[in-house]
Design a protein around this ligand. Sequence first.
Ligand code: ADP
Length: 525
Amino acid sequence: MTRSLPPEVSAAQFDRALAGWRAIVGEPHVVTSADGLAAYLDPFAPGEASEFSASAALLPASVDEIRAVLRIANEFRIPLWTVSTGRNFAYGGAAPRLSGSVVLDLQRMNRIIEVNETLAYALVEPGVSYFDLYAHLRDKGYRLWVDPPAAGWGSVVGNTLERGFGYTDYGDHAATQCGMEVVLANGDVLRTGMGGIDIGTAWQLYRPGYGPSFDAMFMQSNYGIVTKLGVWLMPTPPAYLLGEIQFQHETDLDAIVEILRPLRLDDTIRNNAVIEGGLRRAAGLSARSPWYEGTGAMPESAVTAMLKKLGVGRWNLHFALYGAPELIDARYAIVQRAFARVPQAKFSATRYTGDAQPVAGGDRNLAGVPAMSAFRMLDWRGGAGAHVDFAPVCPASGRDALRQYTMIKTRAAEYGFDYYGGFTAGVRHLHHIFAAIFDRDDAYQLEQAGELLRSLMSDARAAGYGQYRAHLAYMDFAAAQYGFNDGALLRLSETIKDALDPNGILAPGKQGIWPEKWRDRRGYT
Ligand code: ADP
């Protein structure tokens, strides 16, 4: 196998850079072997994984080491791709957008720097996973919850920077972040907001600080390396209720969204309630083969029979109510009254005291307990299960939800995929998440998954919808959808990029933002 090099860097130059990096982070923390680098390939690549491959990986242990690493990257103009734990599966894993980039893997920086129970926050380094933070809070007896995303092994920093979400009242991770420490491409280290005060006392309490506020600028961008991040935590509630409402008809989606929106707007339901499609709910209980063995999307008759047998609705609304039992009862009565308008809606609810934990994986997320429930889906089609996600933002209107659902389901069936999806409810919008599940060992399915994603993006663009997150392969395409005034938004992003990172060394191409040096690499794959 030929050795992979950073773009436009000779083998001799790369050797000099590597020698410099070894002196900084230590020999064992510079990965160059083919085996070692395989861990940085995208395990779910909807195409050739080698299209996005690293030439090396560096695992620094401190901010000072990162700054020293940057000096060398700037000297040799070698692009770095930062990951915290690198488990951004379905969007690229730890792999870089620009092949030949060196992955800056921050998993060794894994200290939980502070937990403040009274003010309900934590300050963590990039390598801290949701499992780690959860275990720490339990061990020390803090009465605080984490808000885990579907896969608990990912990092708090990585998930928050990508604007991931969970399921409790603290489910909007970008909104519950407060204060960052960031290393810029030139090695400067800054602290955002109140962190700008040297002996500060409110870094994790008041995000804006004084003057312009920059935290959001480091999310889904390539402007800096985040080395510390503050996150607000939910105080353990006295009690909570986990509710499910099953709906029997596809077209009920319209009514569900129309009824849910006012309940989210007036705070009766405060968590990111999920409207889960029947097939996705079923995939948590069973594989596909007992219900349908054919190729192509499952026919309607087979889906209906499966849902009936498994006792699953066409749509299944999952929500949670946290707080004092009297308030939970009052809010639940309002929820029941509202949804009883939908014919044949079936209600179920379980009540817990704040310290009790549900047994089932998905429910545990709603109780602040990280799990790996997200991986059950990989067994749906059998073989080497993988998925790639299409995630358009949907206005919280029944009409839009039904329109997106119909559009995606129809297109997916054309390419032989089931509608495996659902809507996670913000307040005025829904995150519509569809996953094309495929067997990586099946070349045809793999190719079709890629084709489907491209079609879906064109459909979305024509209908005026945009994605909230995209796989490496589609980042440019997704960014191009935000094309108002001949792409003024991306022009601004790239103007800032060039000012902060003139050598173009930090994550070129991330979110479609290319530094001047690599702008010719933009490609709508
Ligand atoms: P996970 O927490 O799921 O393992 P990753 O570590 O893969 O997430 O991070 C997801 C993405 O977020 C990365 O591809 C990178 O673009 C960005 N990112 C992660 N950590 C940092 C960081 N510390 N500084 C800047 N960007 C980061």
